[in-house]
Design a binder for this molecule. Sequence first.
Ligand SMILES: C[S@@+](CC[C@H](N)C(=O)[O-])C[C@H]1O[C@@H](n2cnc3c(N)ncnc32)[C@H](O)[C@@H]1O
Length: 283
Amino acid sequence: MADREYVFGVNDKELERLEYQHRIFADHTTRLWKHAGYDRGQTVVELGAGPGFVTADLKSWLGPNGTLHAVEISDTYLEFNRAINGHARGCPVHFHAADIDAANWSELGIAPASVDHVFGRWVFSFLQHPEDVVRRAGAALKPGGTLAVIDYFNFGTVRMCPEGPMFHKAYAAMLANWKQHTPTPDIGALLPRMCAEAGLVVERIDPLMLIARPGHELWNWPRLFFETQLDGLVENGLLEPSDRDGWFEEWDRLTGEPGTFFSIPGMVQIIARRPVTGDSGPV
Ligand SMILES: C[S@@+](CC[C@H](N)C(=O)[O-])C[C@H]1O[C@@H](n2cnc3c(N)ncnc32)[C@H](O)[C@@H]1O
């Protein structure tokens, strides 16, 4: 598989960012698994597993009798995932180098109606054909199994307060770059309908909307993200070098001012369950 497929890049800085991001959102993720009924001994498919920070948590959650399929397009991230999660503790992990936009799940060894849960965090927003992936996920689920997703649904909630014009300029450039690669970065708005059309019952749509303030761990999240993205946006001509420098100056100034806060892009946490009666389609 090709590393270039992931719009935010495959490199050490992005890997480090993904690790920190996982630390921040691990509690929300675990809560979603509890709502969906994740339990020891179950079989789970993790879509867009990346370098494996979620994989590690799922591996211990499912325990030695569970089974985890980690599907990832980037060879580099999958190798890192294998390096940290290939050990014998927790459940065995089947690592699949595959483009989930195109993958035939049966060829990956995931038979129809064979898995308890499919999980995807920040991966549907990078897909070309999310509705096909939802349909395949639905067909892979056992009756009563779930598709659980955490993803973006509203980029309009992003706001730097007090106003940060450089922040918003870079944010708009980042979003334009993302949209050049992916039809729907705000896929969370469409996923519940896609789940319903795939025959799943949409059980929960919970908001994940947070405020970051200087000194809180979430404050580091946008800073880390733009540290990984600004150079590329300048190289692509979406920003000027002076915009990058201005971004850091503005960020540092606002960080030191009392009352500064930042609202994150709106996300949703979705649980869609396969009804206990009904056929599975082709996977
Ligand atoms: C933002 S990262 C999230 C990683 C992980 N899910 C997490 O929550 O930490 C998105 C991941 O999805 C992978 N990805 C993007 N498009 C993909 C595709 N078509 N097939 C498989 N993986 C994909 C990327 O390579 C990257 O590792």
